[in-house]
Design a protein around this ligand. Structure first.
Ligand SMILES: NC(=O)N[C@@H](CC(=O)O)C(=O)O
Length: 434
């Protein structure tokens, strides 16, 4: 029997309680937990720390197989654990693509061997991400990886017939299509948000309507076939309006926002540094405000990191040549604290909902997102909200350095993470034996 007793923590930032973990499950939580602890329990003093259920990222790029110069399953999931995560959904745009049972089982196995978080491979919607024919969705769903989330992320499923078929097909196994909403014709050669600033800087614009038109179309398709749609990385106020409308109409749609779209604006493009180049692009301050409001009122269901590591040569170049994407696993929670908790727009319970419960439910990760209660799997993290730290990409655990927050001071630090009762992070550092 393995037992851990966490003393003095504040579950969901509320009243102080002890948490007893025995063999992978929360055995007791509350004033009596310590009294029930077996003599050999390892004790962890968590005085002043907020306890949250283990975070679940519905949108991570782990890059392996094929992109190991940017990240591996090992380094990406270790970064996730340091960020407070106990599960990630690994996007399909690997090389080879995660479009068949063999590749998703490989990613599952690499995740298990690494042992930092539960890895849920995402399956591609189309074979080779080419947008022509459906991938082997059924085989991936029936495989050991039990794929439930399907996405061509990085590319939009632009063909409405293919999208309709995909939405119909996943109903058989309770799957969901996670759409990267980007009309390809409206965004050919696009570099940044289309507006006054793109004109001033001379960079090809990326109109909001390229995102919004696809979201509206897909919501109607999901309604028509009675299926489940998840919209990745909302970036515009208009997208929020469409999701609000779709939900009011009873359409089975969920929506995601990234930490960077909650914090940064297109003004960053003035630097011409590709560190701020991302898909979808950073938008205006009005869009940022609409996204924050929608996350607070539940129109947006989850925060997904879209952790997109890239090797140095793909970012240390001129804007037009740079790759789209930013790292995010180690800064997601601090950004939510800065943008939503500290300004009083969300409670810690809301944070647990958008970063753990809701993403686990969307992805059907049954051992995750169950919260802090006796009997639940012991997936949790302990956060010190009083710490403020300057982001130093060189000190992060991801293999890549393309963080747009370098030099920025952010609140909050994950001190410990427990995965199925086993500490993966202690004193803010990964437990290497994991
Ligand atoms: N979000 C990003 O900017 N990049 C993603 C995929 C994508 O282009 O959406 C990546 O895989 O690098």
């Amino acid at each position: 029997m393995t037992a851990h007793l966490i003393t003095g923590a504040r579950p969901y930032g509320e009243d102080t309680a002890d948490i007893l973990i025995i063999d992978g499950a929360i055995a007791a939580i509350g004033p009596d937990a310590a009294a029930q602890a077996p003599a050999g329990a390892t004790r962890h003093d968590a005085t002043g720390l907020v306890a949250l259920p283990g975070l679940v990222d519905i949108h991570t790029h782990l890059r392996e197989p094929g992109g190991e110069d940017a990240e591996t399953v090992f380094t990406g999931t270790r970064a996730a654990a340091v960020g407070g995560y106990t599960a990630v959904f690994a996007m399909a745009n690997t090389n080879p693509v995660q479009d068949n049972a063999g590749v998703v089982e490989q990613v599952l196995r690499l995740g298990r061997e690494a042992g930092w978080v539960d890895v849920h491979p995402v399956g591609a919607v189309s074979a080779g991400l080419e947008g022509e024919h459906l991938s082997e969705m059924g085989a991936m769903a029936a495989s050991e990886a039990q794929v439930r989330v399907f996405s061509d992320d990085g590319k939009c499923v632009a063909d409405p017939v293919l999208m309709r078929r995909a939405l119909e097909y996943v109903k058989a196994f309770d799957g969901v299509i996670a759409q990267h909403s980007q009309d390809p014709r409206l965004t050919e050669g696009s570099q940044m948000h289309e507006g006054a600033l793109s004109a001033e800087l001379g960079l090809r614009g990326w109109p909001a309507v390229a995102e919004e038109s696809i979201i509206a179309r897909d919501a109607l398709l999901a309604e028509h076939v009675g299926s489940r749609l998840h919209v990745c990385h909302l970036s515009t106020a208009g997208s929020v309006d469409i999701i609000r409308w779709a939900k009011a109409r009873g359409i089975n749609v969920t929506a995601e926002v990234t930490p960077h779209h909650l914090l940064l604006t297109d003004e960053k493009a003035r630097t011409y540094s590709p560190l701020y180049k991302v898909n979808p692009p950073l938008r205006t301050a009005e869009d940022v405000e609409a996204l924050r409001e929608a996350l607070a009122d539940g129109t947006i269901d989850v925060v997904g990191t879209d952790h997109a590591p890239h090797p140095v040569e793909d970012k240390d170049c001129e804007w037009a040549a740079g790759a789209f994407g930013m790292t995010g696993l180690e800064t997601a929670l601090p950004i939510i604290i800065a943008t939503m908790v500290e300004p009083g727009r969300m409670t810690w319970r809301d944070v647990a909902r958008v970063l753990s419960t809701a993403p686990a439910l969307i992805g059907r990760a049954e051992n995750q997102g169950q919260g802090l209660a006796a009997g639940a799997p012991a997936n949790l993290c302990l956060v010190d909200p009083s710490v403020r730290r300057v982001v130093d990409p060189a000190a992060q655990w991801t293999r890549s350095a393309n963080s747009p927050y370098a030099g920025m001071e952010l609140p909050g630090q994950v001190i410990a993470t427990f995965l199925h009762g086993r500490p993966t992070v202690l004193d803010g550092r990964p437990v290497e034996a994991a």
